[in-house]
Design a protein around this ligand. Sequence first.
Ligand SMILES: Cc1ncc(COP(=O)(O)O)c(C=O)c1O
Length: 370
Amino acid sequence: MKKFIPLSKPSITCLEIEYVNQAMSSGWVSSLGSYINEFEASFAKYCGTKYALTTSSGTTAIHLALATYGITAGDEVIVPDLTFIATANAVAYTGAKVVTVDIKEDTLCIDTVKIEKAITPNTKAIIPVHLYGHPANTIEINRLAKKYNLLVLEDAAEAHGAEIERQKTGSLGDCGIFSFYGNKIITCGEGGMITTNDEAFYHRAKHLRDQAMSPLKRYWHNELGFNYRMTNLQAALGLAQLQRIDELIEDRIKIFELYRSYLADMPGIKLNFTADYARNVYWLVCFEVEGYTEAERNNLMKALELQGIETRPYFYPVSEMPMYQQNSIPTPVTHKVYQRGINLPSYFGLTFEEIEYICTCLRSQVNNGF
Ligand SMILES: Cc1ncc(COP(=O)(O)O)c(C=O)c1O
């Protein structure tokens, strides 16, 4: 049988199966149930925040957080140009303008110096994205936010457990948001979370998440709310994953180190970079070939696919999408980097031999040139 190495796959053990079975047998299959409460409490504790609120996805978590802060039409929100589209879309749902800012070439995270140039009197918030497991420089971003009185919403969808100065993502800004999609560091199948230390924000977000129903009068709603809830079944899966998060992250770090040991001496390539302020959790392994065009990058991916290796390209710049092309600020680094980058397989259980095989194929394809 032909070898096939996927880009990612979840690690499901007896613990996940046991918790989901318990949730099923309890009858609490919707959004009430003990797993929801336990998952939220444990996640808040893990991140070092006072509160955590489950949501139906990472996208709805970002939208809910923005709506809770009252971000609306006429406001501007700064996002990095290199991110998954959900970061920008959640801003657009509120009616606010998406302002895309360039990234730093080394960390692939938003460039703080360029953020300052993009701030206008209408700017209300910055959403730094901790891309591919590396935390954006939230220390500098918080400093800027303080200077201009802006909110900081961390998009930590890809960086559960990453840290700056021993503080976990999700606890670094005014609030953090996470995704638990199937390819993330921990998964619920689909799901999200908002973390915060702000009690009033937490209660208001919960109210809006639950259709903004009056706590005093059932089925009375005096404003527009959402159903952005997670189910108890998803939370059961999430809790089991959270209890295994240390081993899941350690495995990703080990996988990255193996890739590095095989590839670091290749001329003209770049792997994930870790800034000295950061703990990187290497959600995805990044591989860039200097000078590659998009077509060359795509050829490399095709060649690897023929050898049974699934990869994926870096995100396209948000500012290239038809919805976000208007008034965009130039982002030369994003435009250079996105073309030359791919993500390599990385998941719990990927073997030493498989990594060696991937690296051998990569070397020969890149050395043959396209
Ligand atoms: C950076 C980033 N933000 C937001 C999201 C949205 O999360 P979800 O897919 O759970 O809606 C993702 C998910 O893939 C992401 O990678």
